[in-house]
Design a binder for this molecule. Structure first.
Ligand SMILES: NC(=O)c1ccc[n+]([C@@H]2O[C@H](COP(=O)([O-])OP(=O)(O)OC[C@H]3O[C@@H](n4cnc5c(N)ncnc54)[C@H](OP(=O)(O)O)[C@@H]3O)[C@@H](O)[C@H]2O)c1
Length: 276
């Protein structure tokens, strides 16, 4: 089995640095993708209530040849369920769909500042962690002010902040804020949703190493200490994306990729202005 890196979270638990994202993986296809990934060596799966595929993810986990305890399972609370009591209910529903009795990581999907419920929601997350049903708790799409507020009002620091991050949107300010709090940054849309794979700088580095563009980008996340969750439902790509532990980028490669950063490079919504 390929040795893959683990990150130690600020609550003492460890999390694989690499895993499978399953946004837009249909519920009737995601189980096969999860099984393929686990057979290839993946040990982390990242889903969310809003992906409407937790049932299929649960099927995939049960059909895999690896014990539940060896898999790191993440799911997320959708914005409409924010609030103390509704969070507890939504969490129970996610566990029921996944057919597990705990998750390894539960994330607040978006701060949704217009709702102004993320601190109450976080208090419910703290309770779920105390109960041991969410082994670790974290956030997603939180900006520095949201992090400061949950930490200031509850004293409990999220373990993970999962944010849009790829070579075209490198998020240095938010990464620094995460690091100040001891929060692991996890990159979503790490391949820029596939749009970065034909970037000439990435293609050139891939040719130099005899690797694919996707492998170069995933390696860039790993070499930057970021957790990373590329999504694919294509078996060859699932295996290709895992085959990244036997090479490293050099300083010239890292400098060339650093130059791709673009303040306008965001693909997804801005958490401060998102309508949901
Ligand atoms: N917290 C949040 O708000 C949030 C938001 C977005 C995403 N996420 C998480 O992050 C995960 C990854 O982000 P993402 O799905 O947006 O984008 P991504 O991982 O950057 O890119 C996925 C796209 O790239 C393609 N792809 C994957 N590997 C490839 C390869 N080796 N060669 C060529 N194409 C490849 C996939 O196609 P196929 O599947 O067809 O192979 C898919 O179209 C999500 O699945 C989800 O778990 C979280």
């Amino acid at each position: 089995m390929t040795q893959q890196p683990l990150l130690t979270l600020n609550d003492g638990h460890t999390m694989p640095q690499f895993g499978l994202g399953v946004w837009q993986a249909p519920n009737d296809k995601v189980g096969e993708a999860v099984r393929t990934a686990i057979a290839a060596g993946y040990r982390l799966v990242d889903t969310a209530a809003i992906y409407e595929n937790e049932t299929g993810v649960g099927d995939g986990l049960r059909g895999a040849d690896v014990a539940r305890g060896d898999i790191f399972l993440t799911t997320k609370l959708w914005n409409a369920a924010q609030g103390y009591d509704s969070t507890l209910r939504a969490f129970d529903e996610s566990l029921a769909r996944l057919r597990v009795d705990y998750v390894d990581l539960y994330l607040i999907h978006w701060p949704a500042p217009r709702r102004d419920l993320y601190v109450d929601t976080w208090r419910a997350f703290v309770r779920l962690r105390q109960e041991g049903r969410a082994r670790s708790i974290g956030v997603s799409n939180f900006c520095p002010e949201h992090l400061d507020r949950v930490v200031g009002e509850t004293g409990v620091v999220p373990a993970v902040n999962q944010i849009e991050l790829h070579p075209r949107f490198q998020q240095s300010t938010l990464r620094a804020a995460d690091a100040t709090h001891g929060i692991v940054t996890q990159s979503w849309s790490p391949l820029g949703r596939g749009r970065l794979l034909d970037d000439p700088a990435i293609v050139a580095i891939a040719a130099k190493h005899g690797r694919t563009p996707a492998q170069v980008i995933i390696r860039w996340h790993l070499d930057n200490g970021l957790a990373v969750i590329p999504k694919s439902v294509t078996p060859e790509r699932i295996r290709e994306n895992f085959d990244v532990f036997a090479f490293k980028l050099d300083t010239d490669d890292l400098a060339a990729i650093a130059r791709l950063d673009d303040p306008a490079g965001r693909i997804g919504p801005d958490p401060l202005t998102a309508a949901f």
